[in-house]
Design a protein. Structure first.
Length: 196
C-alpha cells in the first residue's frame, strides 16, 4: 500500500509544498520562515512517525498568520490524499501528553467530516509563544488541518501556563493520535456506511 502524496499551494501571501509518506521511516526535511512552526512540524513527523518534506514561504513581514494557516491547509490535504480510501485504518486515535505544567489531550477521527473543537483555559490572543507567535495561531493551524483533511479533531488543553509548553504538549498529543488513527489494522473501511 503506497500512502504518499505531494500537494502544493501558491497564493499572493504564501507558497507551500508538502510531500508526505505516512509509512516512511526516513528523516523529514522542514523549511519554513516560522521557527516555532518548523519545530512543531518536526514534532508531528517524529512522534507521528510520518516522513515529510515541507517547504514554505510567506509574508511573515506582515505576521505569521497566513503561513501557519496555509501550512495547516496543505499538510491536512496531503494527509487526506495519502490516506486514500482509508481501507483498514484504525480511524480513531487519542493521546494525553504532559510537558512540565501543561497537559494536553487530543482525539482524532479520520471521519471524512471536518470539525475542530479547541478548548484552552488561557487567553489565546494574548499569550505569546514567541514575540510574533500568539497562542491563537495554534488553533488556526488545527482548524486549517481539520478542514483540508476532512477529519474531526478535539483538542483540550487540560492545564497550562507557559505558551510554549502548552502548544508543544498539544502538538505531541496530536502527533501520537495521528500515528494511532492512521495505523492499518484490517482490510475494511472502518465505517457502518462503508465509506469515509
Amino acid at each position: 500500500m503506497n500512502r504518499t502524496s505531494t500537494i502544493r499551494r501558491t497564493t499572493k501571501e504564501t507558497e507551500v509544498s508538502v510531500t508526505l509518506d505516512l509509512d516512511g521511516a526516513g528523516p523529514s526535511s522542514l523549511d519554513t520562515p516560522v521557527g516555532f512552526l518548523t519545530h512543531m512540524l518536526d514534532v508531528i513527523s517524529r512522534h507521528g512517525r510520518v516522513e515529510m518534506s515541507v517547504e514554505a514561504k510567506g509574508d511573515v513581514h506582515i505576521d505569521y498568520h497566513h503561513t501557519v494557516e496555509d501550512v495547516g491547509l496543505v499538510l491536512g490535504e496531503a494527509f487526506r490524499v495519502a490516506l486514500g480510501d482509508k481501507l483498514g485504518i484504525r480511524r480513531f486515535g487519542h493521546a494525553y501528553v504532559p510537558l512540565d505544567e501543561a497537559l494536553a489531550r487530543v482525539v482524532v477521527d479520520f471521519a471524512g467530516r471536518p470539525f475542530l473543537v479547541f478548548e484552552a483555559p488561557i487567553d489565546k490572543e494574548m499569550l505569546l509563544i514567541h514575540r510574533d507567535f500568539p497562542f491563537a495561531l495554534v488553533e488556526e493551524f488545527f482548524k486549517s488541518f481539520a478542514n483540508a483533511c476532512a477529519c474531526n479533531i478535539h483538542v483540550d488543553l487540560i492545564r497550562g501556563r507557559n505558551g510554549h509548553h502548552a502548544a508543544e504538549a498539544i502538538f505531541k498529543a496530536f502527533a501520537i493520535a495521528l500515528r494511532e488513527a492512521k495505523e492499518v489494522v484490517g482490510t475494511d473501511v472502518p465505517s457502518t456506511k462503508g465509506v469515509l
